[in-house]
Design a protein around this ligand. Structure first.
Ligand SMILES: [Zn+2]
Length: 186
């Protein structure tokens, strides 16, 4: 099904209005000052001397280079847009203060202060470190979904939903295997 036929199909269903309003909502619509503070102060949760990417300068590697660099499960998610089994990642239960970085390139994506327990079995966050992720639309389940990926290496991380908690109402549903957690201490 190409994009045009999907759109035509959507327009012909009762869900079209729902999908339209969902897509129209910008990711930064809600949250205000509290979220801005979390975004600006994420480095206060970064361990001293932590091994992270210093900038979002693009990292482009060949498929073979990624294969060598990543564990098979991480390759499947990051480079092939796979999804890990719900509940399989210990990071879903991670509650210590710290920072979650891309397992592919070390770019910091989320702080522990942005995490919440969604009950889905995947690590979930209500906002991100500014500029750390980029989004695209995918139609794999026919209805459009917002896919998101690391702004530096392009590695797939998960999908963005609008049923998250206050203050943003957003849920970044992330594959744990695509993340590396750096605790603030120890
Ligand atoms: Zn990355």
């Amino acid at each position: 099904m190409n994009r045009r036929s999907v759109l035509t199909w959507l327009a012909a269903t009762p869900l079209a209005g729902f999908a339209g309003s969902w897509l129209a909502r910008p990711a930064y619509a809600k949250g205000g000052k509290a979220v801005e503070e979390l975004q600006n102060n994420w480095k206060s949760l970064l361990a001293e001397g932590a091994d992270v990417a210093a900038s979002a300068e693009p990292l482009k590697l060949s498929r073979d280079e990624w294969k060598k660099r990543l564990a098979p499960e991480a390759f499947e998610v990051l480079r092939r847009e796979g999804t890990e089994r719900a509940g399989s990642s210990p990071l879903d239960r991670e509650k210590r203060p710290g920072v979650f970085v891309c397992a592919g390139c070390g770019l910091p994506l989320f702080s522990s202060a942005m995490k919440f327990d969604s009950g889905t079995g995947w690590p979930s966050f209500f906002t991100t470190i500014p500029g750390a992720i980029a989004t695209s639309r995918d139609f794999k389940l026919i209805l459009p979904r917002t896919e998101y990926h690391c702004a530096r290496c392009g590695g797939h991380h998960g999908h963005l939903f609008d049923d998250g908690p206050e203050p943003t109402g957003l849920r970044y549903c992330n594959n744990g295997v695509a993340l590396r957690f750096i605790p603030k201490t120890g």
